[in-house]
Design a protein around this ligand. Structure first.
Ligand SMILES: [Zn+2]
Ligand SMILES: [Zn+2]
Ligand SMILES: [Zn+2]
Length: 240
C-alpha cells in the first residue's frame, strides 16, 4: 500500500484526524478545510468508535439491553475479499463474499439471490477469516516491534499501543497513519479491544472505589454483550 499519512485535501498539509472517528468530517489544523474521515482512515476504525459509543450507552442504560443489542451498529472489520464462482442458476461468473457476516449475495446477471453457504461453507469461511485476522495481528505486532517509518522524513517512530490509528512523527511532525502499514481491520480490532478494556478498567476502578455497584455490573454486562455481538471479530486478537 502506498504511504499517504493524513494530507489535507485542500492545502496538502499533514494534519491529524480527530480523536473520535465518529465525526464524518474533520477540519484541517492548518487551513480549516473539512476533510472526509472515512476517505482517509477507511470504514473500519470509525465503525469501532461507533460500536464503543453504543456499548457505553448500553452500560448507561442496561434496562434497554435487548433493543440496544439489536440496534448495535455493524463493526466493519470483516473481510473485503471474494471468491470467484459460477452462479448456480445461470452459470454467470459471481464473486462470493468472504465476509462471514454476509449470508446472501445477488447474481449480477440473473438477479437471483443466492445463499453463500451453497458456494462456500460457513466453516471454511470462518477458517479463512481466522487466518486473515491472525495475519493482520502478526503484521501489527511486527510493526510495533520494528517501529513505523514516517511518510515524509522516513524516520522510525515507536507505535503507540493504545488503540490509536495515527501518530505524529517525532522528527518532522507529519501525521503517520497506521492503516498505511497494516490491514485496517487489524487496527480497528485493536482499537475496539483497547476501548473494551478501558471500559472494563473503569468498572474495576469504580468497584475498588466502592462506587455504585450497579454501574460496575452494567459495564461488565455491556462488555460481555460486546464480546458476544462481535464474537467472530474478537477471535482474532484473543487467540494470539
Ligand atoms: Zn488544509
Ligand atoms: Zn445468475
Ligand atoms: Zn517525519
Amino acid at each position: 500500500m502506498a504511504e499517504r499519512g493524513v494530507t489535507c485535501q485542500r492545502c496538502g498539509a499533514s494534519t491529524p484526524l480527530p480523536a473520535d472517528l465518529r465525526a464524518a468530517t474533520f477540519a484541517c489544523a492548518f487551513c480549516g478545510a473539512q476533510n472526509d474521515t472515512a476517505a482517509v482512515v477507511g470504514r473500519e476504525a470509525p465503525s469501532a468508535d461507533a460500536l464503543l459509543g453504543h456499548i457505553a450507552q448500553i452500560a448507561a442504560d442496561p434496562a434497554n439491553l435487548r433493543a440496544m443489542v439489536q440496534n448495535a451498529p455493524r463493526f466493519e472489520g470483516g473481510s473485503a475479499g471474494t471468491r470467484a464462482a459460477s452462479c448456480m442458476r445461470c452459470h454467470a461468473p459471481v464473486a462470493v463474499p468472504l465476509d462471514v457476516t454476509i449470508h446472501q449475495f445477488a447474481c449480477g446477471a440473473c438477479g437471483s439471490t443466492e445463499r453463500v453457504e451453497a458456494y462456500i461453507s460457513d466453516k471454511e469461511r470462518l477458517d479463512i477469516d481466522m487466518a486473515r485476522q491472525l495475519a493482520g495481528n502478526e503484521a501489527f505486532k511486527r510493526l510495533k516491534a520494528e517501529g513505523v517509518p514516517c511518510v515524509r522524513c522516513a524516520g522510525k517512530n515507536a507505535v503507540p499501543d493504545d488503540g490509536s490509528v495515527q501518530l505524529v512523527c517525532r522528527f518532522c511532525n507529519a501525521t503517520i497513519l497506521l492503516t498505511d502499514h497494516v490491514d485496517a481491520s487489524a487496527i480497528a480490532r485493536n482499537r475496539l479491544k483497547h476501548g473494551v478494556f478501558a471500559m472494563r478498567d473503569e468498572a474495576l476502578r469504580a468497584n475498588a472505589a466502592n462506587e455504585r455497584r450497579t454501574r460496575t455490573l452494567a459495564i461488565t454486562v455491556a462488555v460481555l454483550v460486546a464480546l458476544v455481538v462481535l464474537g467472530v471479530n474478537l477471535i482474532g486478537f484473543l487467540r494470539r
